[in-house]
Structure formats: structure tokens, C-alpha cells
Design a protein around this ligand. Structure first.
Ligand code: ZN
Length: 131
């Protein structure tokens, strides 16, 4: 059996010439209504509450998985034995991310998330969305 030599193809990421499109605040307001309470909290405050979930020793050092109890997302990090990151990534919970093409959420979008959180948690208006 002949074996085709593997060939690595270099890819070049084009420089961004235009700023990323801005998300429509009205669309963000509609998307915010679909978020769970926890996901809305992470979206509004633009951060996750990462808590260690699992650490394993690896040849290269360590692999750590952390979880956000608020929205259900998790992130993984691979680091060397001195704690320097090698690589990592985030696995977002279903429904957390905005649809592709929504655009960059600016201060107007954050205001829409904030307004949804405020109205959702008003006393007497408990329409919480469980995760
Ligand atoms: Zn989160």
C-alpha cells in the first residue's frame, strides 16, 4: 500500500479591515428573553463564575476543567508544569451564544441584558427561567 505523504497547508488569516458589526440592541433584547437566569447573569456582567471542576496530570503538565454554575458553560486549560497556559477553550452551554452573525455586543446590548434582568427579577414578576 502506497502512502500519500501528508502535506501541511499554511493558512493565513486576513487582517481585519472593518470593525466587527455591532449587534442590534433590539435583537439582543429579544435574545435576552430566551436566556436562563444564570446565562442572563453571565451575559449582563460579562463574566463567568469559573470554579475548578477537574484537574488531571498530563505529559505536558496539567489539564484543568472549570465550570460556571450560573450558565452551565465550562472551560478547559492545558498548562505546563509551571502553570503557563499552552492552550484552552470554552464549551458554552446550549443557548448561551448568540446566533452567528449577531454582531459584537456593545454597551447598548449590555443595557438590553440589564433591562431584561431588572424586569425579570422585579418583585411580583417572577418569571425566572431555570437552566
Ligand atoms: Zn457563566
Amino acid at each position: 500500500m502506497t502512502r500519500t505523504p501528508s502535506r501541511k497547508v499554511a493558512t493565513v488569516t486576513p487582517l481585519r479591515t472593518q470593525p466587527a458589526p455591532v449587534a442590534d440592541p433590539q435583537q439582543i433584547a429579544e435574545l435576552a428573553q430566551q436566556l436562563t437566569d444564570g446565562a442572563l447573569n453571565c451575559r449582563e456582567h460579562r463574566r463567568h463564575d469559573w470554579r475548578p471542576a477537574q484537574v488531571t496530570r498530563q505529559d505536558y503538565g496539567y489539564r484543568r476543567v472549570e465550570a460556571c454554575d450560573d450558565c452551565g458553560s465550562s472551560r478547559w486549560q492545558e498548562m505546563d508544569s509551571r502553570g503557563y497556559l499552552i492552550k484552552g477553550g470554552v464549551n458554552y452551554s446550549e443557548g448561551y451564544l448568540n446566533p452567528k452573525g449577531t454582531g459584537r455586543v456593545t454597551v447598548d446590548g449590555i443595557a438590553a441584558y440589564r433591562l431584561e434582568a431588572i424586569t425579570r427579577f422585579l418583585p411580583g414578576k417572577r418569571t425566572r427561567r431555570a437552566s
